[in-house]
Design a protein around this ligand. Sequence first.
Ligand SMILES: [Zn+2]
Length: 344
Amino acid sequence: MYSVSWKHLKNHEQQTTSWDHPKMTQLFQSMADLSHVCFSAYRTAMKSRRLQKALCLDLLELSIAQSVFDQHKLTHNGQLLEIPGIINCLCTVYRELQQVHPDLVNVPLCVDLCLNWLLKVYDSDRSGKVQVLSMKIGLFSLSKGPLKDKYKYLFAQVADAAGVCNQRRLALLLHNSIQIPHQLGEAAAFGGSNMEPSVRSCFQYVGRDDVIEVQQFVDWMHLEPQSMVWLPVLHRVTAAETAKHQAKCNICKECPMVGFRYRSLKHFNYNVCQTCFFSGRISKDYHLSYPMVEYCTPTTSGEDVRDFTKVLKNKFRSKKYFTKHPRLGYLPVQTILEEEHSET
Ligand SMILES: [Zn+2]
């Protein structure tokens, strides 16, 4: 059963170059078609979503992951796990998943792919070892479950015995988390590998310089800080996958629109579908600074009324007004949009 996984060990010892699992290589190559997505947070989230599905981590509940870590007594986060230890833990994870989803989970394949991924992300110098903390953050980040719960689980991994987290601990969490987009070739847009500005941002937001509590961390994450924005976007990408909106795209005329829907808060009845929005296909007369709101699920009547009121307010405001007030708290897309346009 473990023959494939064993190959990693053998390859590692022999220092051969065939470290990559062919299925992983295939997966990463297949992501090339996402290069048309011109917003890095969305591109990264869509890549992460494919990865998450390939590893079947989209089936893994946060609480199940936690119970497996407990079962394997992985309490010392600084501990380095060698490959057999990682395999042991992953076997338990995927056996649990297979019991619930026998048709979706192939245990040896999943263990092998996930091991391969963990090593790629957290063992860049190929020592054959991964820190317990890294494995936990990696698996929790791609698990399923409500976003708020995910933030709490992530925080708990770095919190001290009193349940709080100093700057160094927060930096550790952010550093381990950003390795995921980093491995997907997407770190630059999230502030590179320097975690200091993010840590500062969090402590400044909270107004303390010693420690933060879990709820303060959740509140800060709710603002979608640049270094972590791919994670909430991953959750929205997931929610949008099955969303169908009874509206027509003003660019390509698709109706109903599937995926994300972007609705103008400047013009009545102006909608853009996910494909057009992601590829930057907005019509010439539609200024990029005009506010848009993103929906990953069909709108409720309450949202329709709210947006209608906003359009009424915005209708006679000038282009200059929106350029001057770019952050009206509509959605993070706008800040990403601006950054990317200034990049190129
Ligand atoms: Zn369209």
